[in-house]
Write a protein that binds this ligand. Structure first.
Ligand SMILES: [Zn+2]
Length: 420
């Protein structure tokens, strides 16, 4: 697990670096070490590091590190901050200030985190790299699912991926969870949206039945998260988020079709407005909410088309409230959407009490961002969210975890800047 990285021993001025290394013990810690030939003229040493990610926040951490003789050492304890996923790239440099105020910056070093407990194989397609280690057929099968999922997102929804995604397919959920500090013990998969990395535990025996739709579902969350990224606190209602992801699974499962048939037959659908926020996390109720959301999204797509759907996602990303965004794009609010959708299914209109939303909607604090089904920050520094790989005791129940996985870089001189 311990990896030694040799860095450059080159610097520009009279400061000469003889060692610049990072000792990586993934996912626990990274120890940065610097050694100079002569530190007698050095006033200050700072370590600057960051992990590549696309985010509204630029998290670039600068840590003042005391010199001991001609050496400096600092350890990033990921136990305290949460760890970036395997596949993420760490970059660092040292800034050395001499007594006259001249600053020497060492060449940037980088390291890509690897979960080296396993012998990973990799298959790739444009914009997708998929890594796996168990079951020869699993990698190609799931890559094919990912490609089909991306194609569908693009062709049927006009939603495209703008930078490469990596998927790490573990042979068991337990193996996956051990690579992520602070993950729920029942999580079957996790999407690190900011890093464009998805980890899923897929035992080979259920690769086809469960792995294929799950890869497409998780990938959709990630792609839609990129496409509709909001830097102003905008969010998407859960019915939209999960409806899109369920739609992206491909041909609807028998369970989804059965849920919809039952909802129509018994006139038992939930008010769509109640699906704005978190779904009940467990049990069949949640399953039905996914199926209903799928039906609503399918209605929007098939009735009004791609361009409107994209406009809705962008309007929400700009920070519009749910009703406001729907009004702007479709001319109805969530209740109006529900009536139109019900009509399309030949269901009677539901009696909807007037809601005083116009003024208050925006003032109400946002529901959980992006409608995360369960947002359970176990530590203030890291929050992963996932739903168990089963809603019915059967892995085919589907996991859902639109996960925003904030990595807080903890250090002395933590610098978080908002990108202009
Ligand atoms: Zn989901």
């Amino acid at each position: 697990m311990l990896l030694l990285l040799a860095g450059s021993a080159h610097a520009q001025t009279s400061i000469t670096v003889t060692r610049n290394e990072a000792l990586v013990d993934f996912p626990q810690s990274v120890t940065f070490q610097l050694e100079l030939v002569d530190a007698s003229d050095v006033a200050e040493v700072n370590l600057v590091y960051e992990v590549d990610r696309s985010s509204c926040l630029e998290a670039n951490t600068a840590v003042p590190v005391p010199l001991e003789g001609n050496q400096a050492e600092w350890t990033w304890e990921m136990v305290r901050s949460g760890n970036p996923p395997p596949g993420a790239t760490l970059r660092w440099a040292w800034q050395i200030t001499d007594n006259s105020g001249n600053v020497t910056t060492t060449d940037e070093q980088s390291h890509t985190f690897v979960d080296d407990r396993f012998d990973w194989q990799t298959v790739s397609a444009p914009n997708i790299r998929l890594h796996w280690y168990e079951g020869d057929e699993v990698g190609p099968m799931l890559l094919e699912a990912a490609v089909a999922g991306l194609d569908q997102l693009q062709n049927e929804m006009g939603i495209t991926l703008d930078s490469e995604v990596q998927l790490f397919i573990y042979g068991e959920s337990d193996d996956m969870r051990e690579a992520v500090l602070y993950i729920q013990e029942w999580a079957g998969g996790v999407a690190f949206t900011d890093y464009n990395i998805i980890l899923i535990g897929v035992p080979p025996r259920i690769a086809e039945s469960w792995g294929v739709p799950t890869v497409r579902h998780e990938l959709a969350h990630l792609v839609i998260g990129q496409f509709g990224r909001s830097c102003v606190g905008g969010s998407r209602p859960t019915w939209l988020e999960e409806g899109l992801a369920t739609y992206a699974e491909g041909t609807p499962s028998e369970r989804v079709l059965a849920d919809i048939a039952t909802g129509i037959e018994d006139n038992s659908f939930e008010p769509v407005r109640s699906l704005n926020g978190s779904f009940s996390a467990h049990g069949t109720e949640a399953g039905i909410a996914y199926s209903q959301s799928y039906s609503v999204v399918k209605f929007l797509l098939e009735t009004y088309g791609q361009a409107q759907l994209q406009a809705l996602i962008f309007t929400l990303a700009e920070g519009a409230g749910y009703d406001e965004a729907l009004e702007a794009v479709y001319g109805f609010n969530v209740d109006g959407l529900e009536q139109a959708w019900r009509q399309s299914l030949n269901l009677p209109a539901r009696e909807i009490p007037p809601t005083p939303t116009a003024v208050s909607a925006q003032a109400i604090p946002t529901i959980e961002p992006f409608g995360v089904p369960e947002s359970v920050p176990t530590e203030p520094a890291a929050a992963g969210t996932a739903v168990p790989p089963t809603t019915t005791g059967n892995p085919a129940g589907g996991i859902c975890n639109l996960t925003v996985f904030p990595l807080l870089l903890v250090g002395f001189g933590l610098v978080i800047r908002r990108r202009k």
